[in-house]
Design a protein around this ligand. Structure first.
Ligand code: CA
Length: 296
């Protein structure tokens, strides 16, 4: 067995909004956790509230990190968060940098999501459309909670409004004022490599006609959703993955911000249906090698 991903500290995978560990046999980190394990890593996919603020999710993550440290005997963890999971990981690292060796943001809305802004404007919480959307999100969250065979903890709280406000540009701006660790000082720049002893990294993708909308994505409904969502972007029009803008994703060392991956391709969804030539799993395995080389 290869040991290229045998990092010093365990890799803890933190999902985004409506995230899960495993729906019956179906993994959120589709083929990714397995590939990392085959390459020698200790990988733990965690669950936090599917719909809640990044702070509440972050507190849940901190409790889970303490459990993982007890179970594995490790001194720290490497956090890898997809989408809102990145903000969740940032919160945990800001509060307990002593427990976190690194934070890696994968398509994280580190400066907010223009899709969340669009929903905020066009589907206000007190409108019929807003209530209908909240109803569907609550329903999806509840069904996923019932089907998640990977999570064994107590029932997690849900707050759709707090979850949504945690993703808008205004909401993330407030979050960033409190937890600025790893953020770039200029729009589109890199952030610091290390803050309070925690390394920060990020990568993300953009929709690229002919690459992200072809290949096996022709069979993937989430790709069509991303292309529809992308039409709501203004500041980063043409430079987003459907849910997060290219520059909005920047945190710490920017490994890449224009991979031909939509917001779901980047975690090898759905069922590995990605565009021609896209290799989302390889990015995770390479990153584990990077963490290992950095002594993490
Ligand atoms: Ca896809």
């Amino acid at each position: 067995m290869s040991q290229g991903s045998a990092t010093r500290y365990p890799l803890v995978l933190v999902p985004g909004m409506l995230g899960f560990i495993r729906l019956v046999f179906y993994s959120y980190w589709y083929g990714i956790a397995e590939a990392l394990r085959r390459d020698g890593a200790t990988v733990i996919a965690v669950q936090v509230s599917p719909l809640h603020s990044s702070e509440v999710r972050g507190e849940q993550l901190l409790a889970r990190i303490e459990e993982i440290l007890r179970e594995t005997g490790a001194a720290r963890v490497n956090l890898i968060g997809h989408s809102q999971g990145a903000l969740t990981a940032r919160y945990a690292a800001a509060m307990r940098p002593d427990l976190v060796a690194s934070v890696t943001s994968v398509a994280g809305p580190n400066h907010g999501s223009e899709l969340a802004d669009h929903i905020h404007t066009h589907y206000p919480a007190d409108s019929a459309k807003g209530r209908l959307l909240a109803f569907f999100l609550r329903l999806i969250g509840a069904v996923m909670g019932l089907l998640d065979t990977g999570y064994r903890g107590p029932k997690l709280p849900v707050d759709i409004h707090a979850g949504h406000e945690s993703l808008t540009t205004a909401g993330v701006t407030l979050f960033n004022q409190r937890y600025p660790q790893g953020l770039p000082e200029t729009w589109g720049g890199h952030g610091p490599e290390e803050v309070n002893g925690v390394r920060y990294y990020s990568w993300s993708g953009t929709l690229q006609p002919g690459k992200t909308d072809r290949g096996r994505n022709l069979l993937d409904g989430t790709n069509r959703s991303c292309r529809l969502f992308a039409t709501t972007f203004v500041r980063e029009a043409g430079q987003c993955d459907g849910m997060v803008g290219r520059y909005s994703s920047h945190l710490g060392t920017v490994i890449g911000d224009a991979y031909p991956l939509d917001h779901f391709d980047i975690v090898n969804q759905s069922v590995g249906l990605v565009g021609k030539g896209a290799e989302p799993i390889r990015l995770f395995v390479e990153h584990a090698g990077r963490l290992k080389a950095a002594g993490l």
